[in-house]
Design a protein around this ligand. Sequence first.
Ligand code: PEP
Ligand code: MN
Length: 337
Amino acid sequence: MVVIMKPDASPEDIQYVVRRSHSLGLKTHLSRQDARTFIGLVGDLRGLDPGVLAGLRGVERVQALTKPFRLASLEFRSAPTIVRIRDVEIGGAAVVTMAGPCSVETEAQILETARGVRDAGARLFRGGAFKPRSSPYSFQGLAEAGLELLARARDETGLPIVTEVLASEQVPLLSRYTDALQIGTRNMQNYALLHAVGESSMPVLLKRGMMCTIEELLLSAEYILSHGNPNVILCERGIRTFETYTRNTLDINAVPALKELTHLPVVVDPSHATGKSSLVKAASRASVAAGADGLLVEVHPDPENAWSDGFQSLTLPEFADLIGEVKRVAAAVGRTA
Ligand code: PEP
Ligand code: MN
């Protein structure tokens, strides 16, 4: 349920509705849009008479939310949410490209990649220090040493950094180093982790579970929003289908479908979605044309010798070429890049 305040409602009117909602055992989530305050109500709404709130001073109307995800829905907020990662805005007019290697490996690798992607036009640098690998014998990441290298890359290039968090206990440590937390496909339904990042104020890049529906993705986002963190970016990264030529199947439908359902920004990871560097450019073009707010692209100075995901990583020259394409497609659909 959402209480929509009149444009001329005073701060006292708003506070009164909030206090009244709390006294009914509900949590409140405030959002501003078109000069109005929207007060989202979360909790046990069974038996709540909307008239109790509709009659309060400054209230325009009380609206039921019909989707199972509430705070994430367009019914709750029709204006696009812009998530800021330092000075970079995701969800606005510009298509934002985040790039970097799958894993942080060495200082030389990380600095060369960070400088290269910045010079080509990336706005955010992404690399994994804690890696969720299918096999326990595969490289698991450099852990805190990797976070230190990422922070060095930010100091050198000015690019804000994004890195993956694997467990709730890691949130405080990672928040000291990084500018945004990635939740990977394998953890999209790790509810303890969603709860923990929901209680932090860090921007969260939430990747779609490889076997999860669009609605499940939005319900996972709802966990984060309902714990108080509004800074969620959704990421389509391909889903598992019967197809084996590609690593995953890019669900391009997810982009316009999510735009019909949510105000949250949507980005696409064409690297994991295809698993083949030769397909990344076409998948990126399609994603931007379909309305994605950004891309997450794996780049490595020497993909053949990468410690993880080299087969889907672009070289630095290939990445520079990709950025040119992204700019052209963005312009064709009325956006910048
Ligand atoms: C990654 O981004 O390197 C990664 C592990 O992605 P995903 O969780 O989508 O597999
Ligand atoms: Mn990867």
